[in-house]
Ligand binder design. Sequence first.
Ligand code: URA
Length: 214
Amino acid sequence: MTREEKEEALRLLTEEQLPIVTAASDLYKTATQAVPGDGNADAEVMFIGEAPGQREDEIGKPFVGAAGQFLNQLLESIGLQREDVYIANCIKHRPPGNRDPLPQEIAAYGPWLQGQIDIIDPKLIVTLGRFSMEFVLGPGFSISKIHGQPKRRNGRVVMPMYHPAAALYSGNLRPVLAADFQKIPKVIEIIKNPLKKETTEELEEKIESQQRLL
Ligand code: URA
């Protein structure tokens, strides 16, 4: 699909999913508006966060508050602009008081997020925080153990990372998240190399050995 076709498909997906999520969950009742996602529909890298916060709810775009400013800095540190990537959340309506999303809410909004992933078809998915990590990789992973490690899932490469908000509140996570971001360009380069389709282990090994060369 061309970028224009993907944009149109995302628009149709929003139109299709809005009535479905509002029938399945009450989150929309306390939210100002839906926050479907933002960025380049044909991006190589897709970031997935948790849910809109207050600023996102007001503006209608993901990651525009404090965590978003930090995300912008992290993107700039690897030579990317927001317009180069696509950013979405597991949940498209702000949970009241920014509470954690409930499992049934993640399930209700799941087909919307999965539809976005399928349309954008990114080379790399970066999950930000625990909820999107679980959505993409399934249960049973600990973010403190697997952050920054590229994994293969359903023919795609996924890199789980800490949530920028967690790194803002817990200062010792900031350099960890910043270091994980530095791996993104290399991972994309490796994915684009069509000579060999690495297994998860080979990918990790390759990243590791390239890290050691630095
Ligand atoms: N945190 C998220 O997970 N998503 C946003 O859009 C903003 C903050």
